[in-house]
Design a protein around this ligand. Structure first.
Ligand SMILES: Nc1ncnc2c1ncn2[C@@H]1O[C@H](COP(=O)(O)OP(=O)(O)OP(=O)(O)O)[C@@H](O)[C@H]1O
Ligand SMILES: [Mg+2]
Length: 442
């Protein structure tokens, strides 16, 4: 019989925002401030109620259950409450209302900075985390070498973790969270800090944790990773559950919600899909036909022109712009980049970049477009990213000479030429290839 591992009932978390920086959390701070500026203190006292009322519900009325052994993806736009949820489940923060009941030992990898004591060495932190998970010393001893090998930090084991680079830190934190045999593993998308090889290793490890029948809750903006790892997903929107069910359905609902209603010319300055910490360099996107007219309807084989508006505070000498095309379940089907063709671009104040894609091979469907812009040297750095900046619809038309593709027949439309070699000898160029060698012909 299945057992509930996580049960969340009417969960809510309220944060104070805006004026909170002025709020004095300790009596000493409040008194010192009052002595320094008594009038200001009186004014804030009078406005106190207003100031305190500026609150934000990061989570509200959230109810769901996770059964033991389920692997759940958590998706949603920036600020939708994903990290807050995992912080409550791992008891880093308290809920304001409602409750979360957790059955089992929780291992978590949330943000860099939680779970480890900065003054302690890597070695000491492994034991500390094991002890927090309720493990005995000899149980931790058994896992120790495996953790160190996975994290690849042997040389730094006796260094305080405050001196670790963020990459080393995440490696160790993930290794500890995944190897200390938690019954429930909570992972926020900190994996993004590691390099590609390490990310792959982490996803592999999460897969094996899941196969061992342990419960995993995994936040990611990478829809491919969610689809690969999680049969089921929770889609959070404004702090509440907008959908929970099969991952492909959840992704579909999520992408629909961030997709702008308009297409054609889209103003990106307040785009919902932007990571809020970046200042908006990408200001607009529009899709055009070769004659310059704005359109979001294309046919396979057409030329598609994208115009990307930008505004920068300082000129960027070696910029890059990247455009990703995602299908309706969030798979990145194709990416084009200004660096692939060694374009000599530079960004001055504001302007428009034009990208022309000839003979698009996308098969029929709706594609959502993610945009990235940044500098490519001295180090590659993404400076603005907008998820689901716009969408285009593609019809197959007569690209395949009237042929059709079934759902399972791949993600691109590719023309092919066929001929029948029905005699015993196949003639290729000048050489004659006998039937036995034909098998290996490329
Ligand atoms: N300590 C805090 N104090 C005030 N507000 C906070 C705090 N932590 C989070 N918030 C706010 O709560 C909301 C939800 O934040 P949360 O970090 O859970 O979002 P998220 O879904 O993880 O976003 P992202 O995809 O960007 O990681 C946001 O509006 C955020 O600004
Ligand atoms: Mg987060």
């Amino acid at each position: 019989m299945s057992r509930v591992a996580v049960s969340v009932e009417g969960l809510g978390k309220r944060y104070h925002i805006g004026h909170t920086r002025e709020r004095k959390d300790t009596l000493r701070e409040a008194l010192t401030a009052a002595l320094r500026a008594p009038h200001a203190w009186l004014r804030t006292r009078r406005r106190g109620r207003e100031a305190r009322d500026e609150t934000l519900w990061a989570l509200r009325n959230l109810t769901f259950q996770v059964e033991q052994g389920e692997v759940i993806g958590i998706i949603g736009s920036n600020g939708s409450g994903k990290s807050t949820l995992l912080k409550i489940l791992s008891r880093i923060t308290e809920p304001t209302e409602g409750r979360a009941i957790i059955e089992g030992r929780v291992g978590s990898l949330l943000e860099v900075g939680t779970g480890f004591h900065p003054e302690l060495t890597g070695r000491e932190n492994i034991y500390l985390n094991g002890a927090i998970l309720g493990m005995r010393r000899h149980e931790i001893d058994l896992r120790f070498d495996e953790i160190v090998a996975f994290a690849e930090i042997e040389r730094f084991l006796d260094m305080p973790v405050k001196r670790y680079s963020s990459g080393m830190y995440v490696r160790l934190a993930f290794a500890v969270a995944a190897h200390l045999e938690p019954e429930i593993l909570l992972v926020d998308e900190v994996l993004a800090v590691g390099d590609a090889a390490f990310q792959k290793k982490c996803l592999g490890k999460m897969g094996s944790v899941a196969r061992e029948g342990r419960t995993v809750l995994f936040i990611s903006h990478d829809m491919d990773a969610i689809l690969n790892l999680c049969p089921k997903a929770l889609f959070l929107s404004n702090g509440t559950c907008a959908y929970m069910g099969p991952a492909s359905e959840a992704i579909h609902h999520y992408l629909q919600s961030v997709r702008p209603a308009e297409s054609g010319v889209v103003d990106l300055r307040n785009a919902p899909g932007r990571d809020s910490e970046e200042y908006p360099i990408l200001t607009s996107i529009s899709t055009h036909r070769p004659d310059g007219s704005v359109s979001s309807e294309f046919r396979t084989g057409d030329t598609l022109i994208l115009r990307v508006g930008y505004a920068v505070r300082e000129p960027i000498k070696a910029p890059y712009c990247m455009i990703h095309f995602l299908n309706d379940v969030g798979h990145r089907i194709m990416s084009v980049s200004s660096t692939h063709d060694h374009c000599d671009l530079s960004l001055e104040r504001e302007g428009t970049l034009e990208c022309r894609i000839r003979d698009i091979r996308l098969r029929e469907g709706t594609y959502s477009i993610d945009l990235a812009i940044g500098r490519s040297s001295p180090v590659s750095e993404c400076m603005d990213y907008v998820e689901s900046a716009t969408t285009i619809n593609v019809q197959l038309g007569d690209y395949l000479g009237g042929g059709r593709l079934l759902d399972h027949q791949g993600v691109v439309a590719q023309k092919s030429e066929w001929s029948s070699l029905n005699n015993a000898m196949a003639v290729v160029g000048d050489s004659i290839v006998g039937p036995s060698r034909y098998v290996g012909l490329r």
